[in-house]
Design a protein around this ligand. Sequence first.
Ligand SMILES: NC(=O)c1ccc[n+]([C@@H]2O[C@H](COP(=O)([O-])OP(=O)(O)OC[C@H]3O[C@@H](n4cnc5c(N)ncnc54)[C@H](OP(=O)(O)O)[C@@H]3O)[C@@H](O)[C@H]2O)c1
Length: 244
Amino acid sequence: MKHILLITGAGKGIGRAIALEFARAVRHHPDFDPVLILSSRTPADLEEISLECRAEGALTDTVTADISDMTDVRRLTAHIAEHYGRIDCLVNNAGVGRFGALSDLTEEDFDYTMNTNLKGTFFLTQALFALMERQRSGHIFFITSVAATKAFKHSAAYCMSKFGQRGLVETIRLYARKCNVRITDVQPGAVHTPMWGEVSDEMMALMMMPEDIATPVVQAYLQPTRTVIEEIVLRPTSGDIQDE
Ligand SMILES: NC(=O)c1ccc[n+]([C@@H]2O[C@H](COP(=O)([O-])OP(=O)(O)OC[C@H]3O[C@@H](n4cnc5c(N)ncnc54)[C@H](OP(=O)(O)O)[C@@H]3O)[C@@H](O)[C@H]2O)c1
């Protein structure tokens, strides 16, 4: 049976690396026959990553969707229900960050952050968890952050959203354990992705790379379904980039 996987924010950064790593796993795991549903707001990014995944031998499907828009969330989940009738893996990766001093963050920064990281993640998860609950199988990854448990001074709204995501992770576990669904909370420290914009070489030397996150995510999915890796915490070896 095919594995139906949805990766949000698959067009850039960590999500892109996760998509590619799932595609590469096809060669090494003969039983793993995935359809990678790749989603984000930018169609050109999705076309590019889709071609790369197909070159590795994986089937792909692209759906342009903004998870902060409830119409898009409904369209995305309806597409999965109608075309596949099931979902084996949801990677809740799409996320945004607006960074700055507490006094500089605006209402627009706040709403932009919460509408994607909290509202979008919540309603997408709610809809797809319902399918998993019915199937009595599935795996949901949340790419939260070390900022889901630790404060960073220029990240007030971002930290709030990530602490909030953790609230959803812990609550959904209570449901998931009753219906054979696996939940994995992935908490990376600094990763060099477009989210950071331009960074100096010195800064880059203090960061992880997207593939460093993608490899353990795919390994966690490929564990026997009797076992769930509940948390993956990844930091640059030199520790968090200080923000005090
Ligand atoms: N980079 C880090 O240091 C780091 C550390 C810990 C955790 N994280 C988390 O890891 C996740 C990925 O971050 P990243 O660094 O890879 O960021 P990124 O390079 O900015 O990529 C984010 C991806 O999410 C998509 N996206 C953003 N908002 C969306 C929305 N409303 N609807 C649909 N797609 C959306 C973006 O594509 P479009 O703009 O085309 O939609 C893009 O494909 C985020 O949840 C982030 O909080 C990142």
